[in-house]
Design a protein around this ligand. Sequence first.
Ligand code: DQA
Length: 197
Amino acid sequence: MQLRHFNTSRGKMLKICCADIAVIFSNTVANGRQLLSFRADWLAPDEEYRSVIKVRVFNGPNLNLLGQREPGTYGQRSLMDIMQELERFAGDCGVQLDHMQTNSEGKMVDAIQQAGKDGVDYIIINPAGYTHTSVAIRDALLAVDIPFVEVHLSAVNSREPFRQINYFSDIAIGVISGFRGESYLLALQAILNRIEP
Ligand code: DQA
């Protein structure tokens, strides 16, 4: 198995098998769900492997109701189900991932500030309704200066005019929108793609 070191954008190291990660990425581009069928055997053996990439996921208001809430727009899956799938993918990729959900703008700001103190490398955030209103959450992300991917379950750009106001997209690494729960998997894949050799 060929192993190489990669620098993350924040200067940390990850050992992975290049050939296998290429397969994973090409398969996931074709079908985001396929990545779940890959196991951790493409990673280096435990004694050689040290992953220190920390990713934190923030979910905003009403996302705790996923599954019951407007399933035609947001899908049938619960947030717990989506996050468990994301955690499995992160684990298989050797990424340290945790997540939180809050209905409160202030709690989201506090949690983002905490991410700055915790040495989080990347953020994945679905600000939900705050996408269209929150200067405070935007400012918190700018303050901690952690690169982030903005995620939406629905295709926000093709929805109501008020959802076209967005306080995050212009400062995000990128935006993934419209793939229901798989948007989160694609966001993590995008982060992995940014890890530079
Ligand atoms: C959302 C889109 C927002 O416009 C909406 O307020 C949400 C969820 C999404 O994931 O599609 O609560 O962020």
